[in-house]
Design a protein around this ligand. Structure first.
Ligand SMILES: NC(=O)c1ccc[n+]([C@@H]2O[C@H](COP(=O)([O-])OP(=O)(O)OC[C@H]3O[C@@H](n4cnc5c(N)ncnc54)[C@H](OP(=O)(O)O)[C@@H]3O)[C@@H](O)[C@H]2O)c1
Length: 268
């Protein structure tokens, strides 16, 4: 049975696979027969997810705990995976966090840490794995950005900017990959049920009270399918797609005012 599955004989690395969207992305890859390498900082939930998905889907699944927020975290992860004798065909850059609030409401550790994880580690992993994947002419990269990528985000400025980077970088690589056998997609979810909102503090904003929160599995499924079809950008949810389109055609000042309004806590 395994040989008929699209991922048979291939291995996917999914970062941020201990909780949230990453667990469901890992489930999508496992269901199609990909062996898994799962990474995040929290070893125990990671191992639980790896053991469960291996048993449910008949794939190999390794848990490799690692902090991608430290400088060199991507290199350390790639070295730890290579030390296990594993070769990667697919990279899913999903690990990320946000912080809601005025620019200086969080310290530099939080703001720069966001860039280190959401941007720096994503580029590092992609750079370290790209040539190997290209040499095998299969697999590719699925990056998780956000609908935040489509406009600047007053009161969540660094997070929005980090995701704009991810979108721009992914689209450029999609074009570079043309004819190489590699697939590149950028998944842009809107508000999604996970631990993200709690960590980011976005649950008190007008955006949070005005927007429906999607369950994480349909979001992951859309990203996985989009990547299999080599779709450049996958925005989940009709409402999110309309908002992303609107942000491209509305005057920039109006977009900034609208996002400022939406990112402000209810009642303030
Ligand atoms: N949920 C949303 O509303 C939403 C919307 C748009 C985009 N996104 C994006 O979706 C992605 C997944 O987020 P999520 O919603 O699933 O949030 P989540 O439930 O908080 O999961 C984040 C994952 O990233 C891992 N992670 C955090 N810091 C890390 C670090 N320093 N090193 C390695 N791994 C780290 C976490 O595991 P550990 O804590 O164990 O390390 C966890 O597995 C993120 O890139 C996020 O920006 C989320």
């Amino acid at each position: 049975m395994a040989a008929s599955r699209p991922g048979a004989g291939q291995t996917a690395l999914i970062t941020g696979a201990s909780y949230g969207i990453g667990v469901d992305l890992a489930t999508c890859f496992a269901a199609d027969g990909y062996d898994l390498v799962l990474s995040a900082r929290s070893a125990a939930p990671l191992q639980e997810v790896a053991a469960r998905l291996a048993a449910e889907h008949g794939v190999a699944a390794a848990a490799v705990p690692n902090d991608l927020g430290v400088i060199g975290g991507g290199r350390a992860l790639v070295d730890a995976i290579a030390a296990r004798g594993l070769t990667l065909d697919v990279l899913v850059n999903n690990a990320g966090y946000g912080h809601a609030g005025a620019f200086t409401s969080a310290g530099l550790d939080t703001q720069l840490g966001m860039i280190d994880l959401n941007v720096r580690a994503l580029v590092e992993l992609t750079q370290l794995l790209w040539d190997g994947m290209a040499a095998r002419r299969r697999g590719g990269v699925l990056n998780v950005a956000s609908t935040a990528a489509f406009q600047p985000g007053p009161f969540m400025a660094v997070y929005y900017a980090s995701k704009a980077f991810v979108l721009s970088f992914s689209e450029a690589l999609w074009e570079e990959a043309r004819g190489s056998g590699l697939k590149v997609s950028c998944l842009c979810p809107g508000p999604t049920a996970s631990r993200f909102r709690e960590r980011a503090g976005t649950d008190k904003t007008r955006l949070a009270s005005a927007s429906p929160v999607a369950p994480s599995m349909p979001v992951a499924r859309a990203g996985y399918r989009g990547w299999q079809e080599n779709r450049r950008v996958v925005i989940t949810g009709a409402r999110n797609r309309v908002m992303a389109e609107l942000a491209q055609v509305m005057p920039r000042r109006a977009v900034l005012r609208m996002v400022r309004h939406l990112q402000t806590p209810v009642g303030s």
